[in-house]
Design a protein around this ligand. Structure first.
Ligand SMILES: Nc1ncnc2c1ncn2[C@@H]1O[C@H](COP(=O)(O)OP(=O)(O)OP(=O)(O)O)[C@@H](O)[C@H]1O
Length: 260
């Protein structure tokens, strides 16, 4: 069952510290009559070692929330922490380093370099940072993802699902504190989606990673431990142990409110 909205911090669960959190996070775009409030004083936590999905109608602020929590976008007001580090207090140089060292990203469009092999794509961010990957960890990630026999292939020789698994491996290569996935299955057919989602689930259960995923798909959200629902720039609800049917039902209530 979904928990009704009331004034508390959504997203946190007992016994799991916050991998990231925001306090009174507001993000607006534009000025005067064209001002859009994308996030309206959001309090939220993302539990460490858990899989959290963020859902909500189009334009509700999902991507903006993810970008602000990941330090990819500045905030208008409020504070954001990754672990114990307040990222809203960092200058651009330190923020860039924090994103590089402590956060992994998976995007809808894979963002792989076509001229590099899968193996080279996976270690590229670490190579650029001059960091040596932990080979034991990398082997574990590659095997969990079932990519061992694809490492010498270039992205053009891989299916969409395989490319997204390479992108997942790249996000995990440095063993980040937090992985953000923005519509990671948005460009995939249902079979490839299921593979990628099973991997993200495995990254949490077997590799003890923390994953936060924005999605429109109730079936994708059902792989998470907790779904946070956004509407009009606010978190309005959360659902632990989601099923696709329960998430779909909750999303329909947004449609009814909008249609009335
Ligand atoms: N760069 C920008 N300039 C102006 N307005 C923006 C900008 N980025 C987002 N917005 C606005 O902020 C609000 C939230 O956008 P956001 O992309 O976070 O929503 P979303 O829930 O991720 O939407 P979708 O599901 O359609 O991707 C929307 O009204 C959007 O038009």
């Amino acid at each position: 069952m979904a928990t009704p909205a009331h004034s508390r911090t959504f997203g946190l669960v007992p016994d799991a510290p916050a991998a990231a959190r925001a306090e009174a996070l507001t993000k607006s775009y534009g000025q005067g009559e064209t001002r859009v409030v994308a996030l309206d004083s959001v309090d939220v936590g993302l539990a460490r070692g858990r899989f959290t999905a963020i859902m909500g109608p189009s334009g509700s602020g999902k991507s903006t929330l993810m970008h602000c929590l990941a330090g990819l976008d500045s905030v208008t007001s409020g504070r954001v922490w990754v672990g114990d580090t307040e990222i809203t207090a960092l200058n651009e140089r330190r923020l860039t380093r924090l994103r590089r060292d402590r956060i992994g990203f998976v995007f809808q469009s894979f963002n792989l370099l076509p001229t590099l092999t899968a193996a080279e794509n996976i270690t590229l961010p670490m190579d650029i940072a001059g960091r040596r990957p932990d080979q034991g960890w990398l082997d574990q990630v590659i095997d969990t993802l079932g990519l061992r026999d694809r490492l010498r292939h270039r992205p053009g020789q891989l299916s969409g699902g395989q490319q997204q698994r390479v992108a997942c491996a790249r996000a995990l290569a440095s063993r980040p504190e937090l992985v953000f996935a923005d519509e990671p299955t948005g460009n995939l057919d249902s079979r490839s989606s299921a593979e990628v989602l099973a991997f993200l689930r495995g990254a949490v259960d077997e590799l003890r990673q923390t994953v936060v995923m924005v999605t429109h798909d109730p079936a994708a959200a059902a792989h998470a431990d907790l779904v946070l629902f956004l509407a009009d720039g606010r978190i309005v609800d959360e659902m632990p142990r989601p099923t696709a049917a329960a998430v779909l039902d909750r999303m329909k209530r947004f449609d009814r409110v909008r249609g009335s």
